[in-house]
Design a protein around this ligand. Structure first.
Ligand code: NAD
Length: 256
């Protein structure tokens, strides 16, 4: 059980982050949800999650594209036993046409934010004498696809950061690993469907089966519950010697 532990999950008012927060709360952790917005719904979501599982659910606004915000998120939470770096965005374009603002945003949100939150969280974990850093990378942290340069760069970088974090904490009761999901049907993926339909002149069903799940041998999306379960496992005692590695939840993608 994760009772008494505080988990901060970046980018967690939807999708995988919310799914991971749910499973950590179910396992007894107090959870801090985050995104760059600050709406009543954001706070209500965190409160409801806490009430559902009898834990404390808080929402803290912080923009993961900004270094100061990343560090302030952890400071404001006041405690961080479990850090899940999940915030991420996507943009698809050939390298020579890739918009500079999109490139900078992807590198900042998908990669640099994890460096800054980890820097702020490690002293707290050391003080508490226990810690888990779980980075949500991607199958694109291990393989590549055309037109996803910034995303693939950022995700390979997250895998690299996970290894360095693991080595710097290797002799302490702290671990750091990266989860590498294949395709999960979340708002991020949903948003890619119309563009891909237009690009290949395909139906929604064909885009899902022939384009998205083309490289996912199971031909099924992974679920946010499965990713949450994997994060809970990495926080368990059974995973105490698992550090500096990747766990793929990708229906066989990286076995191809
Ligand atoms: P999503 O769009 O549903 O969730 C992304 C989250 O990040 C949202 O909560 C959003 O509010 C938040 N976010 C975006 N910009 C932010 C910012 N500047 N500051 C703070 N929060 C911000 O997408 P998702 O599919 O749940 O993706 C979550 C993570 O999983 C991402 O890192 C993504 O790269 C990774 N991932 C997703 C898939 C997939 O198939 N969905 C596959 C592999 C990896």
């Amino acid at each position: 059980t994760l009772k008494g532990k505080t988990a901060i999950i970046t980018g967690s008012n939807s999708g995988i982050g919310l799914g991971v927060a749910r499973e950590l709360a179910r396992a007894g952790a107090d959870v801090v949800l985050n995104s760059f917005t600050d709406t009543e719904d954001d706070h209500a979501l965190a409160k409801a999650l806490g009430e559902e599982f009898g834990v404390t659910g808080r929402y803290i606004k912080a923009d993961m594209s900004k270094a100061e915000d990343c560090r302030a998120l952890v400071e404001q939470a006041g405690r961080c036993d479990i850090l899940v770096n999940n915030a991420g965005i996507q943009h698809v374009a050939p390298i020579d046409e890739f918009p500079l603002d999109k490139y900078n945003a992807i590198i900042a949100i998908n990669l640099s934010s994890a460096f800054h939150t980890t820097a702020a969280a490690l002293p707290m974990m050391r003080k508490a004498g226990w810690g888990r850093v779980v980075n949500i990378a991607s199958a694109h942290g291990l393989t590549a696809s055309p037109f996803k340069s910034a995303y693939v760069m950022a995700k390979h970088g997250v895998v690299g950061l996970s290894k360095v974090t693991a080595l710097e904490t290797a002799q302490e009761p702290i671990t750091c690993n990266a989860i590498c999901p294949g395709y999960v049907l979340t708002p991020l993926v949903e948003a890619q469907i119309p563009d891909t339909m237009a690009k290949y002149d395909m139906s929604r069903e064909d885009v899902i089966k022939k384009v998205m799940l083309e490289r996912q041998p199971s031909k099924e999306f992974a679920t946010v519950e499965q990713l949450g379960g994997t994060a809970v496992f990495l926080c368990s005692d059974a995973a105490a010697q698992i550090t500096g590695t990747t766990i793929s939840v990708d229906g066989g993608w990286t076995a191809l």
